[in-house]
Write a protein that binds this ligand. Structure first.
Ligand code: SOE
Length: 400
């Protein structure tokens, strides 16, 4: 066990007098997602009025030197080299899991059994069986007052939060279509190495679990209805890639998809279509969402994340069309705590909002969304997509 204390970075702003009671956070993993979550924990108390004040108590990683460096860089007070030691610390009440999918289930279940609240990165797990185990552990823990949430952070862009509000208020009428594409291009180059995200045993699936999980969550969340079934195709275009850290030029097999396309029917009756890819040249992190209802339509593009385009179909035809809503007004979701109108937010703010919402849920004892049960349902959709693709696109019902 390490539990080394690293010098804490100087606070940006001193804690206000009479501040909220502390809640110790312990984070496992400190790469891309760990850095994003750290940004959330570092910032949330300096922007929002909170019922609990998160303390960045400890970060955990196997390599002692690397985790120590990460702690200093990201703002964590101490380190652990074994997550089993992290989850049993008395000064940690919330365990934040930012590791590859292969370890989510083991860490989350153990942390819940150790009496901690849990935040887990998406996708919830690498298989439906693991996700079921996690959802069951979360249900048990709920009886003891512990909460568990999945990190589908895009729900917390102000624009998509506002879109959800507009759907709830009936501004789109009855939804007919939900269309989501999520495209990246970092795997176009066949020389890109066989990283963990390209190995099924580590990542569960490829673009499907990585990007499709977000797309499915967003579609179902905005529509307020789950997918009933899907018809899908998946493809791995580059089937072998260079082994990381091996200069001999040896290749290893890619065991996940590069891309997936699928369509389906929501329980509400709306039709949904999805396209996800990590080989779409020129698309960096292009998440696009479109909703068409009987009274109007909405469009969102993560590359212009402060905007929402709304067409009100009840407008007089001669004046109707899509209008751009700049989602930066104080009464837009989350914006009351940020900048004056027009001073937009970015990707990292979704993690601040995620931390804010989870802290409020813990303080008030309310169920956070998305829950582990929601994460399990997304996992079932992912499994149905893979099953359909194996059966040459046969319509496959989502289990549940
Ligand atoms: C990598 O493709 C990735 O980091 C995803 O894993 C994240 O969930 C997404 O937000 C950005 O892209």
């Amino acid at each position: 066990m390490s539990n080394d204390t690293v010098p804490a970075p100087a606070p940006v702003r001193p804690e206000p007098a009479g501040s909220a009671p502390p809640l110790g956070v312990g984070m496992v993993g400190y790469a891309f997602m760990g850095a994003a979550h750290s940004q959330g924990w570092r910032t949330v108390g300096r922007v929002f009025d909170l019922p609990l004040s998160p303390a960045m108590t400890a970060v955990c990683g196997r390599d002692r030197d690397a985790v120590s460096a990460a702690a200093g860089r990201l703002g964590w007070t101490s380190t652990e080299t074994d997550w089993r030691d992290l989850i049993t610390r008395d000064d940690v009440q919330l365990v934040d899991i930012c590791t590859p999918g292969e370890s989510h289930a083991e860490i989350a279940v153990a942390a819940l059994e150790a009496g901690k609240h849990v935040l887990c990165e998406k996708p919830l797990a690498n298989s439906v069986a693991e996700a079921e185990q996690m959802a069951a552990a979360a249900q048990e823990a709920r009886k003891r007052g512990q909460l568990a949430m999945v990190g589908f952070n895009y729900r917390r862009t102000p624009a998509l939060s506002f879109a959800r509000r507009m759907v709830d208020e009936g501004r789109l009428g009855e939804l007919r279509h939900v269309r989501v594409s999520y495209l990246q291009d970092w795997l176009v180059d066949p020389a890109f190495p066989l990283a963990w995200r390209l190995r099924r045993e580590a990542a569960g699936s490829g673009a499907l679990g990585d990007l499709g999980a977000h797309a499915i969550d967003i579609a179902q969340h905005l529509a307020g209805s789950p997918l009933a079934g899907v018809s899908a195709q998946t493809e791995t275009f580059v089937t072998e890639r260079p082994l990381p850290g091996d200069d001999s030029g040896a290749l290893g097999p890619v065991t996940v998809d590069d891309a997936a396309i699928f369509n389906g029917r929501l329980v509400s009756g709306a039709l949904a279509s999805f396209e996800v890819s990590r080989v779409a040249a020129g698309k960096k992190n292009a998440l696009r969402v479109e909703l068409n209802g009987t009274l109007g339509s909405l469009e969102f593009d993560l590359e212009r994340l402060n905007e929402l385009h709304f067409h009100d179909h009840t407008d007089e035809a001669r004046e109707s069309g899509f209008r751009r809503i700049l989602v930066t007004e104080a009464d837009h979701p989350y914006l009351e705590a940020w900048w004056p109108p027009g001073h937009g937010l970015g990707y990292e703010h979704t993690f601040v909002h995620q931390a804010r919402d989870l802290l409020h849920a813990i303080a008030t004892g309310t169920d956070p969304e998305p829950s582990f049960a929601d994460g399990l349902q997304v996992q079932r959709v992912l499994a149905a997509v893979e099953e359909s693709a194996e059966k040459n696109s046969a319509y496959t019902t989502v289990a549940g």
